[in-house]
Design a protein around this ligand. Structure first.
Ligand SMILES: [Zn+2]
Length: 186
């Protein structure tokens, strides 16, 4: 059985994030079945990235932030924004990229297990899994086109999309810096 976001979510009534142990167990099983060399580590990484996705829902809710895209896509953008901030050397941290790509990998496996999207998948509040995978790959590449060149070199992300990813990530980055600026504390 494939368990999705019911096991990790922002609860607006209780104002709390819920990350269930079942989520990480299920991710570990999914990675093990997919032949990942270290399924537990991959599951921990993917769950870390999902934490930042849920944090996206949290900040939109508690700061009442204006958004003009579907909130699930916005939450994926927040995960990318949080994990792809450059360090003092101006490079994106490789471990944080792995964390984001583990979430992309998990969505990829869910998507493959589910087969072609059906009406329910197209109508869902989440974009279809494979769409989310390509978004995450695009933003990781766009945040550091040299450091993450493997994403294009290995053919994970089509060239037609890749050429736009630096601009796409810049736009997300600038938008979230603007949205969060009034709430940031030193
Ligand atoms: Zn969500």
């Amino acid at each position: 059985m494939i368990v999705q976001y019911q096991d990790a979510y922002w609860n607006p009534e209780l104002q709390q994030m819920e990350m269930c142990y079942e989520f990480i167990d299920d991710a570990e099983k999914t990675f093990a079945e997919g032949g990942a060399p270290d399924p537990l580590q991959r599951a921990i990484d993917a769950t870390d990235a999902v934490f930042f996705h849920e944090m996206g829902h949290m900040v939109v809710d508690i700061y009442d932030l204006p958004i003009t895209g579907r909130e699930e896509d916005v939450a994926d953008q927040v995960a990318a924004f949080m994990l792809l901030q450059p360090g003092e050397d101006d490079r994106v941290d490789a471990e944080s990229v792995d964390v984001l790509l583990a979430m992309a990998d998990l969505f990829d496996m869910w998507g493959q297990a589910a087969g072609d999207p059906d009406e329910a998948a197209y109508a869902d509040v989440h974009s279809p899994d494979q769409v989310r995978v390509y978004n995450l790959l695009c933003w990781a590449f766009g945040a550091d086109t040299d450091g993450n060149a493997v994403i294009v070199d290995e053919g994970w992300l089509p060239e037609d999309r890749a050429v736009q990813c630096e601009a796409e990530f810049d736009q997300i980055n600038n938008s979230w810096i603007t949205l969060l600026a009034p709430h940031l504390k030193e």
